[in-house]
Structures are given as C-alpha cells and as structure tokens.
Ligand binder design. Structure first.
Ligand code: NAD
Length: 295
C-alpha cells in the first residue's frame, strides 16, 4: 500500500484514482471542481480541501491536468509542500518543454519524477487498461511502475525526461493523419459506388490496414463498437485530437522538423473545431470531408 495524492480528478483522473483505491492504495484526491471530487469520493478516494492537504504525508503525487501550464503551476506549488524523495508522476498530455520544466522542478526538490502520459481514453481509464508512455530515470521508472500497473496494462519506458510526452505526441500525430486518410478513402469509395463494407473487407486485410480503420472505423457498420455507430459520440473528442496535433506542431517547430501531413491534419481539425464540432468524436471529421466535396 502506497500513500498517493491524486491531483486532477476529471474524466481521466477520476477513474484512474478509483483503480488505485481498488488496488489497495490509500488515495487522497484534490480537484478545483467540487463535482469531480464528489464522484471520486464515491469510488473510495479521500477528499482533500487543498493541494497542501492532499499531498501531506504522500509518498507519491500524481497529476492529471488539462495542459502544461497547469502542470508547471501545480508542480511549482509542490516545491514547498512535499518532502525530499516523494515520487512525482505527471500523467497529463502536455508539451515536451513543460514536461522538462516539471522534471527540472522535481530535481530542485530532490524528488524522482516521471512524465507518463496515457493512451486508451476514458474507457481504458475506467477499465484499468491504459497504456503508459514513460519518461524519466531508470530508478524513477522502477519506483513508479507498480503504481502505474494498477491503472494500466502496458507500461513502456520510452527514455529520459520528456520521452513519454514525445512518444505520445508522435503516436497521436500518426492517429490524426491516419484517421483523415481512412475517412478520405471512404468518401472516395462512396463517389465510386463502392460499399463501405466492401472497402472495409479489402482494406482491413490489405496494406491499408490501420487502427483508425479496424478499431475506430469512421463509417457506421463494419466495426459495431466504433463511435460512428453512436452518432459520433466520443470516444476521443475532436478537440483533444486538435490539442495533441498542435502539441506535435509545437514540437516540430521547436526542433526544426518538417511534418507536412501533421501540419495539414492540424489545419483540418482546427477547421472542424471552428465549425462547432470539437465535442464530437474525432472520426466525425469524415462529415466535414464529405461536405467540402465539390458537387
Ligand atoms: P478533464 O478536464 O476532465 O479533467 C481535468 C481536471 O483537472 C478537471 O477536473 C479540473 O478541474 C482539474 N484541474 C485543473 N487545474 C487544477 C488545479 N490547479 N488543481 C487541481 N485540479 C485542477 O480532462 P481529462 O479528460 O481528464 O484529461 C486530463 C489529461 O489527460 C489531459 O491532459 C488530456 O489531454 C489527457 N488525456 C485525455 C484523454 C481523454 O480521452 N479524455 C485521453 C488521453 C489523455
């Protein structure tokens, strides 16, 4: 049993904290939203009235927050609140620079630290089947792995500080690009009079095969569990895909890397969000691709 403070009990953090409780850890939770704290307490998390109260006596602090600025701000506050040696883990998806800043703050506090963003969405968070992409020292990874295992089924040590965020950003750039590619193929098939099922049957067993097609198929029918069958209710919201694509573009610009397809995917998801579709599943971009066809 480890005494864990969990900061950020939203759509992802709430069920992740609940799984830590299920695994026998003692979890003290804090969130700015009272509703999030309330639902976490129903799953056995002890409510804390402040960050200070949550981290008092904690052996490990986990943050699951919206953006890099939130993580850096909370980790800055932790400097005066945690004792040396406390393990700090950030599971949010943030830019690589913020992740490295957070590691820097942990270094000043003399605390081992990990950036450990996740893949698997709210379903994976609830089921405890997330994939963790982890950056940090070998010693910090060894200390953090058993805790992450209570929330996920695959824990990958990607390298040093920031490597977890780097892996997450690169993976999601592939995902954004591949979803647009699959959606475009279905739109072209429609124009050619080819049925959705026929294209799926061929591409899913041919060289066009990919996750966006076989797990998250953007048209209803071939994959009954994909959000397309549920009027594109997320799933993984288009706004979150845009956030991750923008992080990839920020990283590309900082490293002088040309990613023309990543840049174009970000532009298309920005247009999708600007027309009021940010809360739909990211596979719903097929609707925009259809609508923008010349008749
Ligand atoms: P969310 O908005 O539901 O939860 C974030 C929580 O952080 C909110 O409850 C908010 O009140 C709280 N918060 C913000 N600032 C705080 C502070 N200073 N102190 C305490 N609490 C604070 O977001 P989410 O969907 O849980 O996502 C969290 C992170 O996980 C994001 O970085 C997101 O990109 C990433 N992520 C989300 C998904 C997904 O499917 N939702 C999948 C993978 C990764």
């Amino acid at each position: 049993m480890t005494r864990i403070a969990f900061i950020g009990l939203g759509n992802m953090g709430g069920p992740m904290a609940a799984n830590l409780v299920k695994a026998g850890h003692s979890v003290s939770g804090f969130d700015l939203s009272e509703a999030s704290v309330k639902s976490a307490t129903e799953a056995g998390v002890t409510a804390a009235a402040s960050l200070a109260e949550a981290v008092r006596d904690a052996e490990c602090v986990i943050t699951m927050l919206p953006k890099g600025q939130h993580v850096v701000s909370v980790w800055t506050d932790l400097a005066t609140l945690v004792t040396e040696g406390t393990l700090l883990i950030d599971c949010s998806t943030v830019d690589v620079e913020s992740a490295k800043k957070a590691h820097g703050l942990a270094g000043i506090m003399n605390c081992p630290a990990l950036d450990a963003p996740v893949s698997g969405g709210t379903t994976g968070a609830a089921a405890g089947t997330l994939t963790f992409m982890v950056g940090g020292s070998d010693a910090a990874f060894t200390a953090g792995k058993p805790i992450l295992e209570a929330m996920g089924k695959k824990i990958v040590h990607c390298g040093g500080n920031g490597a977890g965020q780097a892996a997450k950003i690169c993976n999601n750039m592939i995902l954004g690009i591949s979803m647009i590619g699959v959606a475009e193929a279905f739109v072209l098939a429609e124009k050619l009079g080819l049925s959705h099922q026929a294209l799926f049957d061929v591409a899913s067993t041919s060289s066009g095969q990919c996750w966006s097609l076989t797990t998250y198929c953007p048209v209803p029918g071939p994959v009954p569990t994909s959000p397309a069958n549920n009027d594109y209710k997320p799933g993984f919201a288009a706004a979150l895909m845009l956030k991750d694509l923008m992080l990839s573009q920020e990283a590309a610009s900082q490293t002088g890397t040309r990613t023309p397809l990543g840049a174009h995917a970000a532009k298309l998801y920005k247009a999708f969000e600007n027309t009021g579709h940010g809360t739909e599943d990211f596979s719903a971009i097929i609707r925009m691709l259809r609508e923008t066809q010349a008749s």
